[in-house]
Write a protein that binds this ligand. Structure first.
Ligand code: FAD
Length: 287
């Protein structure tokens, strides 16, 4: 078998624009047992109305049939049950033609997709952290906050459509969470996050001791701004993890090819246990 089958068990609308899909089945256990360092998953979606046509894994990696590579999308593993029985992924319900969001719109219990691979990196440890992103990064920010110790300090900036999109997140006492509302503007069209990033006052003591980490994931324009802002401020690259999660106007595959925004193809080379031609677990695939 190539890819781990994920079966929809339950759909939960967290907010009007955020849909959580709970997956179950043996594919989840296969994914879970791949190791603890897979914050992101490469999901493979069927052509609407057709059965799931899993791509094959050959000696040289994935052997894509025409159109298959175009149906892979990257998502954050929002949660994994400790007993490896279920896995949740939060889908932003954006409009327009798409692969993943359209699938999530009509998904129902029993539907199947596949997890092909996974990878990625999480925010590094530091006394003070900045986490910033739009709703596509909300699942990753929420998970990062949950992994923080109670004494963590820092700031989280999350851009969403409006107050109805705010989620009740765990936030350590020393971390300030600020929601930024687009108030009717379309996602990817405002400078809300960039303006908030430009205004951040990093704590001088932690800055001097290198105890600041910055994690930003959002639409590509915000990401470009974040990189130049940190460069201007003299940040070391090891203190930052800045990743374009989407690019307004182009789909994920085209974006990945155009900008190497998240080493999509590198992550697809990860070999998960149970997949054909598994010889050894690929390592160091993350960003
Ligand atoms: C590491 C990583 C983790 C991610 N985790 C998540 C996650 O947990 N949840 C999540 O929802 N997304 C997440 N994303 C973003 C997601 O992969 C992209 O939004 C992706 O483009 C969605 O695929 P699609 O098939 O719905 O749209 P595509 O077919 O890729 O794009 C179709 C059109 O929709 C536009 N579009 C794409 N995303 C959005 C959006 N959010 N709002 C408005 N327009 C959009 C595109 O610009 C394009 O014009 C993550 C991305 C990365 C790199």
């Amino acid at each position: 078998m190539s890819g781990h089958l994920l079966t929809v068990e339950r759909i939960e609308d967290l907010t009007p624009r955020m849909r959580r899909v709970h997956f179950g089945g043996p594919g989840v256990a296969g994914y879970v047992h791949a190791g603890p360092h897979l914050p992101n998953v490469k999901l493979y979606f069927p052509v609407p109305g057709r059965p799931l046509d899993l791509p094959e894994r050959g000696e040289r990696g994935w052997a894509w049939a025409p159109g298959q590579r175009e149906r892979v999308r990257t998502y954050t593993v929002r949660s994994l049950a400790a007993d490896a029985a279920s896995m949740a992924v939060d889908f932003v319900r954006h409009s327009g033609p798409s692969v993943a969001a359209s699938w999530a719109e009509t998904a129902a219990p029993g539907d199947q997709i596949a997890a092909l691979a996974g990878g990625g990196a999480v925010a590094g440890d530091a006394h003070w952290i900045l986490l910033a992103g739009d709703e596509t990064a909300l699942p990753a920010i929420a998970g990062t906050l949950e992994r923080c110790g109670p004494r963590q300090r820092g700031l989280a900036l999350i851009e969403v459509a409006g107050p109805e999109e705010e989620q009740d997140l765990y936030v350590p006492k020393g971390v300030e969470l600020r929601w930024l509302h687009r108030r009717g503007a379309e996602a990817g069209t405002t400078t809300l996050l960039s303006d908030a990033l430009a205004a951040v006052e990093y704590p001088p003591a932690e800055l001097a001791s290198g105890q600041v980490q910055v994690w930003v994931s959002a639409e590509s324009a915000v990401v470009r701004f974040a990189r130049s802002d940190l460069k201007r401020r003299g940040f070391d690259r090891r203190q930052q993890l800045i990743i374009g999660y989407w690019n307004r106007g182009i789909n994920e595959v085209a974006y990945g090819r155009a900008t190497d925004h998240d080493r999509v193809d590198g992550e697809l080379d990860t070999i998960l246990p149970g997949q054909d031609h598994t010889r050894k677990q690929a390592s160091g695939n993350g960003r």
